[in-house]
Design a protein around this ligand. Structure first.
Ligand SMILES: [Cu+2]
Length: 135
């Protein structure tokens, strides 16, 4: 019976320590377009010590991160992402880094946080695309 109590106590203590910051879940809004962006964003996130998982969704532009906050805070993750050219909610990438991205990765920097490009604007972008091609 004593052992059981001890095990229970250790478990509870272990869980509360984890809940504090070893597996902190964060959701960041990171701007980007395509599969290449996804790779770049996730690679940058994984490059930060303490990041256990990083998953960016191209539709919602949400980056889900599980981070050991004993090693790093979420700001370090944001800095790493901005450094490879992707804007977040709070930080902007250097213009030069942004401009060096692959053409398909040049995401809309004016996009409001969490909002998608309107249909009207998509139409406009399509027309612009066609004007550059010689069919
Ligand atoms: Cu891309």
């Amino acid at each position: 019976m004593k052992t059981l109590v001890t095990i229970a106590l250790v478990t509870v203590m272990g869980i509360s320590a984890n809940a504090q910051n070893k597996n902190a879940k964060h959701e960041l809004h990171v701007k980007g377009n395509c599969g290449m962006c996804k790779e770049r964003i996730e690679k940058a996130a994984y490059g930060v010590a303490g990041v256990k998982t990083a998953d960016w969704n191209a539709d919602s532009h949400t980056l889900r991160v599980i981070l050991n906050e004993k090693k790093n805070n979420v700001e370090a993750v944001e800095n790493a992402i901005v450094a490879v050219g992707h804007d977040t909610n709070t930080k902007k990438a250097d213009d030069k880094v942004y401009e060096s991205l692959h053409t398909c990765c040049l995401y809309d920097r004016d996009e409001e946080n969490g909002e998608h490009i309107t249909e009207e604007k998509q139409q406009m972008l399509k027309q612009e695309d066609h004007s550059t091609h010689q069919h």
